[in-house]
Ligand binder design. Structure first.
Ligand SMILES: [Zn+2]
Length: 327
């Protein structure tokens, strides 16, 4: 049994001060206890103290681990069309060792789950051996070998898949679709109308990027789907490629389900979710809720992560903010 304490604990109700989490050998949360007034947090007997915040392990809601070998090869500011051209020309071989190293880094930083997009099999061995729980979105059928892991097939986007094929994929899907959506103006006309025309309403949707989404698009999408819709933002990737940013306030005002992804290392130089959050402007407890994969509550095994480099007075992330897995 370990007893862990920090300045603040991310609970399902927000950031709470003066809490000790008791965790079993198997990583199960046994109890969350209040620290009596007056007791110094960093010298409680039998309790390990971590400055900053304790939170659950995190979800990276959009990644392409197989592109990790492309880190640093596509210059910033190339624009969306330039990025697409560079990706077509980029080598796809030999990235296995790099992907394995980034998988290990994500685990150490406290990522517990990844919604990862794949077009090939190069990362499967890494993922099968990884302690991170990967959910794979396979963008094409003709992949040859199915992974011995959780996966679904998905169309990449409305612009990369022709309408008939998109509709077939959307209708045949047995799980959520993860679709690159409204990342740039270089896409189809009226993507929201196209999406709802081509996708059954009961389908669970993960919409990725959303930079150009307006209230009208949100109304069209939310008016159509009866299954859950998750709106994923990848601000560092957008900054690298186009300089656009997702309309975070609009998404928040509509009380949409927001998640955060790093996208691939072809358009990012880290797979750190805290680095993504530093570009977003919203209350810290809310943002941490977007990246928490589970919740710290008795009976659950959420993993425990220490976030340091937080200005505890203003509850903002400093330049030095980083996460480290404790459990
Ligand atoms: Zn992507």
């Amino acid at each position: 049994m370990r007893r862990l304490c920090s300045h603040l604990l991310l609970t399902p109700w927000g950031l709470e001060p003066r809490r000790v989490v008791r965790v079993s050998e198997e990583g199960r949360v046994v109890a969350v206890e209040e620290v009596p007034d007056g007791a110094a947090l960093d010298s409680l007997p039998g309790v390990e103290f971590f400055p900053g915040i304790l939170m659950p392990a995190m979800l990276n809601a959009h990644c392409h681990l197989e592109l990790s070998g492309l880190r640093g090869t596509i210059p910033a500011g190339c624009g969306f069309e330039g990025f697409v051209e560079a990706m077509k020309a980029a080598p796809r071989e030999g990235g296995e060792a790099v992907a394995k190293a980034w998988d290990a880094k994500m685990w150490a930083e406290g990522v517990g789950r990844v919604w990862d997009v794949c077009n090939g099999t190069s990362t499967f061995a890494t993922k099968v051996a990884s302690r991170i729980e990967y959910h794979n979105f396979i963008e094409f059928f003709g992949i040859g070998r199915q992974p011995d892991m959780s996966f679904h097939t998905t169309p990449h986007s409305l612009y990369a898949v022709d309408p008939a094929a998109f509709t077939r994929l959307a209708e045949a899907a047995r799980g959520p679709l993860s679709v690159h959506f409204m990342e740039s103006a270089f896409e189809v006309a009226d993507p929201a109308a196209r999406l709802v025309a081509q996708t059954p309403p009961e389908r669970e949707m993960i919409l990725v990027h959303n930079c150009l989404v307006t209230q009208r698009d949100i109304d069209i999408v939310m008016g159509h789907f009866t299954g859950p819709v998750t709106w994923v933002v990848c601000p560092r990737s957008n900054r690298h490629i186009s300089g656009l940013q997702p309309p975070l306030d609009l998404l928040r005002r509509n009380r949409l389900t927001i998640r955060v992804g790093t996208d691939s290392l072809a358009s990012n130089d880290t797979l750190s979710l805290v680095d993504e959050l530093r570009l977003l402007d919203a209350p810290l407890a809310e943002m941490l809720g977007w990246v928490a994969a589970d919740r710290i509550a008795p009976g659950r095994t959420p993993g425990i992560v220490n976030l340091t480099g937080v200005d505890l007075r203003t509850l903002t992330l400093t330049e030095n903010a980083r996460t480290k897995r404790i459990i």
